[in-house]
Design a protein around this ligand. Sequence first.
Ligand code: PEP
Ligand code: MG
Length: 579
Amino acid sequence: MEIKRGIAVSPGIAMAEALVLDSEEIRIPQRFISAKEVDSEIQRFENAVEDSNRLLAEEIERLEGEVDIHARILSVHRDLAADPALHAEVHQSIRDRCYTAEHALSKVMNRYVRKLQETRSPLLLERVHDLQDVEKMLLSTLLGKRIETLSNLDSQVAVIAHNLTPAQTAKLDPGKVVAFATDVGGKTSHTAIMARALGIPAVVGIDDVSTAVVGGDPVIIDGYRGVVIIDPTKEQIEEHQGRALEMSRISQEFRSQSALPAETIDGHRLEVHANIELPSEVESAVEWGAAGIGLFRSEFIHLQAPESGEEIHYEHYKNVLGSLGGLPLTIRTLDLGGDKLPEGSPDEENPFLGCRSIRWCLANPEPFRAQIRAILRVGVHGPVRLMLPMITTIPELDRSLQIIDEVSEELRSEGIEFDENIPVGVMVEVPSLALVASHVAHRVSFLSVGSNDLVQYTLAVDRGNEQVADLYDPLHPAVLQLISSLIRVGEEHDIRVCLCGEMASEVIHLPLLVGLGLREFSITPQLIPEVKQVIRHLVDYEVRDLASRCMQLSDGESISRELRLWSLENLPEVASRLI
Ligand code: PEP
Ligand code: MG
């Protein structure tokens, strides 16, 4: 039995056999052999290399004179697979550690990749992909028909991986993957957000879980406490089963209150909307009591079907709108880049500071225009809002608004029906935009604080990096000042200001955010009843007083302490259960 601790990012407790992803989406079913199988295992490895080389040679010959670059890449792969140093290291691992050929290959390749990554040389980093391709090619040959991927699982598993991208996570089948745990990651990473969307319990940032767990090990993944128990004892299993039941009872209790309003004791009506990543989430969001969809992360439509154009987007939006039965739908335009890379994207040194989000859209006008056409068209079927993410400068906003005008003109001239008055808003996710918000306010209909990114860009802390997770602090006074100034700008210009980051899902943050003057939130659907319940315990003038005290403090820790004490005193029944 071994206990590993990480960051709890998606609630729930589950137990299953581990499926360890060694190489991208490929499961290695067996990792060890007996000592007497060593020679035949080495031979199995050599046969696989020979088979792969033969296939590569045929392919290179077929391509000769045609696609020169592709043939050259395949030749590099052939040379890498034949490298005597690689063979010697794999043989040694099989002999000394009784690893299967697949496991030995994966370990050796992993070491090579890490060495290349440590050099930080762009030239050598390009070789990483070649190594990973060779690894995948040899694993496929070694595993032959036994190859198992995340998309063809035949039993329930707990996935353990070094990392899962948001796109990989989106493809997980919650009926088969009961939980997952990864070495890397942070609470507001898009992988974590997707896990919550799918209702899959998850723990990230465990550092070495992918090497500590062996495929087939029973594991408990506790997404409330951020714990993974490898090979649990009978007592631990019983304790976790008990807790899982208790948590699901609490969740049912909240769910039964989902229709109650989000109104403070002194009568201030707030709105709590849902963030969704997939169209399929909309119905349960309504059941959880959402006042609408405050953030539809539409890029997952693109990631799941990159060729999807105007019609696919239009159909998805129309279906979502239909399920909302008159409630508003805020569609965010494609937020690609960062950790949501479309296939074939060039590598970037700092993808979160690179061609991400609106920058990607302005550099790729075709999919952007197609999506805007779909959003404008669907606006005639119900209350739709269009939201632009990660705007950093006013010219960037003006260019985006100009494109919306051009697309409108195009639809008009084609005689296609569309919403002429669609509200267009921006997400404030970058301090530079927050600081010029008064110039933004008279150009748009609403502002939505994207606190997940606003925190990362204000504090220079990568939201997905577990090594700096303790520095990722939404209560840092700089973040609070930016939010507070945005609320003032909204009041001065009489436009709505909403907050759609994970910050509003934390129960202890709510009294502060309401006290600062926020009246609209958009959060993970399952948390809506909880958040509404907290709002029903607040008195506006009391939380305003609390907020002004917090704004006098110099650091996030003191503010957090103040909020905890206040909650324990003023929200005892809610706080004792949730804090
Ligand atoms: C945010 O940054 O707060 C946000 C809601 O957008 P995302 O999490 O998708 O980056
Ligand atoms: Mg964001």
